[in-house]
Ligand binder design. Structure first.
Ligand code: COA
Length: 140
């Protein structure tokens, strides 16, 4: 397994997976730092770090469908996370336990940096259509 470090806009695969998985297109607009995991030459997983003034966010956490549940993302996160200090993330509640394994903890809305609150629009629809509301998590 090998991790390639790049920028989102330098990789057509990264741009495509963000769009096709309906992930945060801000990672494309910001040309976020991207970490791409390959196994035997095949692209498997990606995650990105978005750099705001005063806050860094882990996002675009994706393993390609046929390779899910085999530990690939855990491998990638164990490589990426130790390189950073405080990191925030936004996710749906079903992934809370998963991120807790990597020492992220749920934080109240009031302690979330304003740059991350852009995702709140999702919650407006969540309330209307009975979807799950997003939660915020922080590491360190
Ligand atoms: C979440 C995701 C990145 C995990 O990648 P992965 O390579 O399968 O991760 P791993 O194999 O390291 O770990 C799988 C773990 O994720 C958990 N998981 C994955 N999807 C889940 C879901 N929908 N609900 C609950 N747990 C889930 C599994 O229970 C498993 O836990 P375990 O280690 O205790 O068995 C992958 O499922 C994915 O790409 N999902 C779609 C995109 C997405 O929702 N990304 C998160 C954005 S915040």
């Amino acid at each position: 397994m090998k991790v390639y470090e790049t920028r989102v806009c330098h990789s057509a695969k990264a741009v495509w997976i963000i769009i096709s998985e309906w992930m945060d297109t801000l990672a494309i607009l910001m040309n976020a730092k991207a970490y791409m995991l390959y196994d035997k030459g095949k692209f498997i997983s990606i995650c990105c770090i978005k750099n705001f003034k005063g806050a860094q966010e882990l996002g675009v956490v994706i393993t390609t469908k046929p390779h899910r549940g085999k530990g690939y993302m855990s491998h990638l996160l164990r490589y990426v996370l130790p390189q950073y200090g405080t990191l925030y993330l936004i996710c749906l509640p079903h992934l809370k336990k998963y991120y807790e394994k990597f020492n992220f903890k749920k934080i109240p809305r009031k302690s979330v940096p304003w740059q991350l609150k852009r995702a709140e629009l999702y919650n407006v629809f969540a309330r209307l259509f009975n979807w799950d509301e997003i939660i915020y998590m922080k590491r360190k």
